[in-house]
Design a protein around this ligand. Sequence first.
Ligand code: SAH
Length: 261
Amino acid sequence: MISETSNPAETRDWLPWPVRIVLVRTTHPGNIGAAARAMKTMGLSELVLVSPREFPHEEATARASGADDLLAAAQRYETLDEALAGCRLVMGTSARLRSVAWPQLEPREAAATLLASAGAGPVALLFGTEKSGLSNEELDRCQVLVNIPANPAYSSLNLGMAVQLLAYELRLAWLGEARVPVERDVAPARAEDLERFYTHLQQVLINSDFLDPSNPRQLMRRLRRLYARARPDEQELNILRGILSAVDPAGEAARRRRQDP
Ligand code: SAH
């Protein structure tokens, strides 16, 4: 929490849930400053930067105006993995709708869903680099995509503006708390545990000759989307990992079965 005088329950200044705004590979430092200002006006404080081209930078400080405390407190990482550690829900914003198969929400629903998950732990909202947005590999890390339904003929907002809009929706969702959907009783799996699961799944699919590593096509991406729609919780993920270990033809369980049929 940034302000020493804040008491969220009464004053409703700072959002009382851990919502990370993650700016990925930002090119223009001015946009980092604009994002910080957009966040602070809406009571968000957790700014996370992944491989910014230039930061700290005087342009960032200038555009942040009175939100330079957020810049000073910003977490900076080289990789997205580090930025997402511990996150229970990861959403990525995109100016283009890349595929209908990916779970997609408009900003209003996205904000309510993020707040609902933030009760179980940190959640993250990703913003891509100015020219090309989030890469496919970065989108693979997201369980949900968020699109601001802009003019289809000109749909790409300035990065700081996109942060402003989503930050505003988060604030509205908080102020109208009653509409925030209730999360399940078991916490959704963490981002890093999901990654371990996908690595394990891929290995077992290769070991069982279902997946040909020399011709993987889009299999893993499609499976990611399937599991992203289901959003497994910690227990469900443990069950899936257990099944993978039991059926892996190269695994310990199969070796034991061969020795002692
Ligand atoms: N050509 C890029 C635009 C990048 S704009 C693309 O197609 O994605 C930089 C970032 O601003 C985007 O990665 C996204 O995080 C955000 N953004 C811009 N316009 C948006 C929109 N209409 N909906 C959601 N996010 C948007």
